[in-house]
Design a binder for this molecule. Structure first.
Ligand code: C5P
Length: 233
């Protein structure tokens, strides 16, 4: 079952059972799901198997960052388990990203490979601490262009960056955007938020949404409200 929905629901749970309990309330024809570091570290490949068995396409959000051969092998391992999307840190550099994408191509694996530019938890001061003195927006753009030159399919970025990255990298370059809050939802701990329709208008191609759906009394109804909001774009 393949969906053309831009919605990716973050399954941020500490156990396989809790993640599947949520997945069972969602429809794989209407969203994809994201598995992150905690869930994968606790449950391992079993969670991918279980989600694939239920018909979901999975974004494995492990943000690999290591020497080129190690990252290429990890990306290959993820792709061989059938994930729809996997990611790396662009700051691992061009050779690392090229090794990863070439490995997918060599093995004819169709998994989307995207990169994180600068973590949104980092401010200008944090960048300076690690020796990056360029303004944050400039560094994001530099890493997005490096990602594209390396042959990857897109980046994880905030909706605030989507319009600019669309202008620099084009429509086909994926812009996967967290920090989304539908008009009905609480802000939680997210700072710079946009609604789903604002983010799509800004040029995001996919929206990562967690708590507004997973903590809703009726997750599928929350998903429907988001779909309705998107139809009005
Ligand atoms: O619950 P919420 O919608 O805030 O969840 C967003 C998801 O996107 C979480 O899995 C979070 O780790 C992830 N994320 C984020 N901001 C980033 C990158 C990833 O919120 N910059």
């Amino acid at each position: 079952m393949v969906t053309d929905s831009p919605l990716i629901i973050a399954l941020d749970y500490p156990s396989l059972d809790a993640a599947l309990c949520m997945a069972d309330q969602l429809d794989p024809a209407r969203c994809r799901v994201k598995v992150g570091k905690e869930l994968f570290t606790r449950s391992g490949p079993a969670v991918l198997e279980a989600l694939h068995g239920r018909g979901f396409e999975v974004f494995l959000d492990l943000k690999f960052h290591d020497i080129p051969n190690t990252v290429a092998s990890a990306v290959q391992a993820a792709a061989e388990q059938g994930v729809w999307m996997v990611n790396v840190h662009a700051s691992g550099g061009q050779r690392m990203m090229e090794a990863a994408i070439q490995r997918l191509e060599q093995h004819r694996l169709a998994t989307h490979l995207i990169a994180v530019t600068v973590l949104t938890s980092m401010g200008a001061g944090d960048l300076a601490d690690v020796g990056v003195n360029a303004p944050l927006a400039e560094h994001v753009e530099r890493l997005a262009l490096l990602t594209q030159q390396s042959g990857l399919h897109g980046v994880v970025c905030s909706a605030q960056e989507s319009a600019h990255l669309k202008a620099r990298c084009g429509d086909a370059f994926l812009k996967v955007t967290p920090g989304i809050r539908p008009s009905f939802a609480a802000t939680n701990d997210q700072q710079r938020i946009m609604t789903p329709s604002e983010a799509m208008r800004a040029g995001s191609t996919h929206l990562v949404i967690g708590r507004p759906v997973t903590q809703a009394e009726d997750p599928m109804m929350a998903l429907e409200s988001i779909e309705a909001e998107l139809k009005r774009v």
